[in-house]
Design a protein around this ligand. Structure first.
Ligand code: ADP
Ligand code: MG
Length: 237
């Protein structure tokens, strides 16, 4: 684990975040008081067994759903009381999301997919494509710009998803097992590229992953256990 210097800017704060689901008459408390502070440029791994609540935490943090308790502050904006419309704007401006499955639009090219967040924000097609092109280039996809997702390998699809998540220069990157669907060798390479790019962009990144072979590339790793986050050292001790 490294002790790299980060920007002082806090891009994400989770204060006593809770989330429960009703199951019949019972209530499952998945998040029971999650605390986390993430600075610009800080890359944090999120681990925990299947069902421990990693996706729930990332979805709440990504403002994909309301209904959480406690407070989530993204780039200085407290989100617990935000109405749907400003929440959607904040999500579009400040957050990039990568899922286990690429969720690319099948009828659009790699370039169009990666440029989509900028187009949706009303940027010109030329400028959006230019920025997307630069990122895809960096990810080694310069020869794949006009390919549709079905014509790309799994690793290439995830690289396009990475470009799409970062193209609008978000402050916060959330990734839910972004390499979980790739073979181990490809997963290592793609995760490494993701970390490099996230660092260059100075985003704060929270990455759920089972791939701890690359833990040394991350700034720290936190584990979700019993609904709370623990530093990895505490968990393995
Ligand atoms: P992980 O990503 O770590 O595998 P999840 O966040 O997907 O864990 O799930 C954590 C727990 O929350 C599981 O017990 C799951 O069944 C439950 N859960 C997640 N989403 C919902 C939902 N929408 N409704 C009911 N239960 C849910
Ligand atoms: Mg999950």
């Amino acid at each position: 684990m490294s002790d790299r210097v980060h920007g002082n800017e806090v891009v994400l704060r989770l204060d006593n975040v809770t989330r429960s689901f009703a199951q019949g008459t019972a209530k499952i408390n998945v998040l029971r008081g999650v605390d986390l502070t993430l600075h610009a440029g800080e890359i944090v791994g999120l681990i925990g067994p299947s069902g421990s609540g990693k996706s729930t935490l990332l979805q709440a943090t990504g403002l994909l759903e309301g209904g959480f308790g406690g407070e989530i502050t993204i780039s200085g904006t407290a989100c617990s009381r935000l109405k749907e419309a400003p929440r959607t704007v904040l999500r579009g401006e400040a957050i990039g999301f990568i899922y286990q499955f690429h969720h690319l639009l099948p009828d659009f090219s790699a370039l169009e997919n990666a440029a989509m967040p900028l187009i949706l924000k009303g940027k010109s097609r030329t400028q959006s494509h230019e920025q997307a092109h630069a990122l895809l280039d960096r990810l080694g996809l310069a020869e794949r710009l006009s390919h549709r997702p079905a014509k790309l390998s799994g690793g290439e699809q995830q690289r396009v998803a990475i470009a799409r998540a970062l193209v609008h220069r978000p402050k916060l990157l959330l990734a839910d097992e972004p390499t979980g669907n790739l073979d181990q060798a490809t997963a290592n390479v793609v995760l490494d590229e993701l970390v490099n790019l996230a660092r260059d962009h100075q985003v704060g990144a929270l990455i759920a992953t089972h791939n701890l072979g690359l833990a040394h590339r991350l700034d720290r790793v936190v584990a979700l256990k019993d609904g709370r986050l623990h530093p990895l050292a505490d968990v393995v001790a």
